[in-house]
Structures are given as structure tokens and as C-alpha cells.
Design a protein around this ligand. Structure first.
Ligand code: SF4
Length: 181
């Protein structure tokens, strides 16, 4: 990455900087080290920030060695410009795929006890976390397709449904029990 680190509020680099959510708590965007726990606040603010698309476009063209930008750590931004080019400049699609992957990995981290559920909801949002948990529980075969960007998390969650419990003889009406016997 090019060395163009600007310590401070990432949002001040965006054109509409007055709306940047990171102006509230700039230090949260430069944790050390970058872990799921240390980036909870920054990622949550980025995902609710009205400038996220602009910010992602900007940082793809102006690589930064430090700081959380557009809900991505420096490592997570590796290859961002190439991903945007491969998506024909569709930054929203690139961010959606990134968010889908992060929702799945964050759901897994709850199970590993490396983040709490409230932290996970702050990182990726309650709705995406619920979708990710549903896919992991009921359609694990779709996880790979979501990670590869072939299926959206939303579509995968719509396909993931709890399997109906097989009927036992005791659950059947009396007449059906006779047939089952
Ligand atoms: S997306 Fe994040 S880093 Fe970018 S301006 Fe908004 S809060 Fe700041």
C-alpha cells in the first residue's frame, strides 16, 4: 500500500465531511491491533454512515496504511481497487459482498466466543447477523457460495429454512396412526 497515512478523522478526507460518522470518535478508527473487538465501534459507525460509498471509492484510489475506512481494516482493503474494477466500478456490490462475508464470519465468532452477540450486532447489524446465523444453521452448503459472492446473504437466508421434524406416530391423528401401523 502507498504510504499516505493521515492520522485523524477518516471522514475529513471525504467531500461531504460534515456528514461523516467518524467525526464523533476519530480515535476508534485507529485501534492497535485491528481485531474484531477493537474495531466494533468503527465498523458499526461506518456501516451507518451516509458517506460509506464515497469513502470506499476514495480509499480504493488513495490507499491508507492505517485506519478503518468504509468498515474495512487496512488488511481487508487489500485489493479493493481491483475488486471494484472487476465489478465494473460497482462499489455498492463490492461492499455488499464484503458485508455478507463479514456477517458470516462474525456469526461464527459468536460461536467461538471471540465476540459477544451485542458486539456482533454492532459490527454487522442485527438483520445481517440474523441472516448469517440462519444460513449457518439451516443452509451450510450455501456458505461457500455467499463467500464467493455467487449468492447474496439475503437470498441464501431466504432459502434457508428449518427442516420439518419427521412425524412420529404419537404426532399423527388416530386414523393416520392406524395407516402408519
Ligand atoms: S464510512 Fe467510516 S471512515 Fe468513511 S466517512 Fe463514514 S464513518 Fe468515516
Amino acid at each position: 500500500m502507498a504510504s499516505q497515512t493521515v492520522r485523524g478523522t477518516p471522514g475529513r478526507l471525504a467531500p461531504q465531511r460534515e456528514q461523516a460518522a467518524c467525526r464523533v470518535d476519530p480515535d476508534a478508527f485507529f485501534p492497535m491491533p485491528y481485531t474484531p473487538k477493537t474495531t466494533v465501534t468503527a465498523k458499526g459507525l461506518c456501516r451507518r454512515c451516509p458517506l460509506r460509498l464515497t469513502c470506499a471509492t476514495w480509499v480504493a484510489g488513495h490507499p491508507q496504511d492505517e485506519g478503518v475506512y468504509a468498515a474495512m481494516t487496512p488488511k481487508e482493503r487489500d485489493g479493493l481497487a481491483e475488486l471494484i474494477a472487476a465489478a465494473d466500478g460497482d462499489v455498492a456490490l463490492v461492499l455488499r459482498r464484503f458485508d455478507d462475508r463479514e456477517a458470516l464470519s462474525t456469526a461464527h465468532r459468536i460461536w467461538q466466543h471471540s465476540v459477544t452477540r451485542p458486539e456482533a450486532e454492532q459490527i454487522v447489524g442485527a438483520a445481517d447477523l440474523a441472516r448469517a446465523r440462519r444460513v449457518r444453521a439451516y443452509a451450510p452448503d450455501l456458505v461457500e457460495a455467499v463467500v464467493a459472492g455467487e449468492v447474496s446473504l439475503r437470498d441464501a437466508a431466504a432459502q434457508a429454512a428449518p427442516k420439518p421434524r419427521p412425524k412420529r406416530a404419537g404426532d399423527l391423528p388416530v386414523d393416520a396412526r392406524e395407516v402408519a401401523a
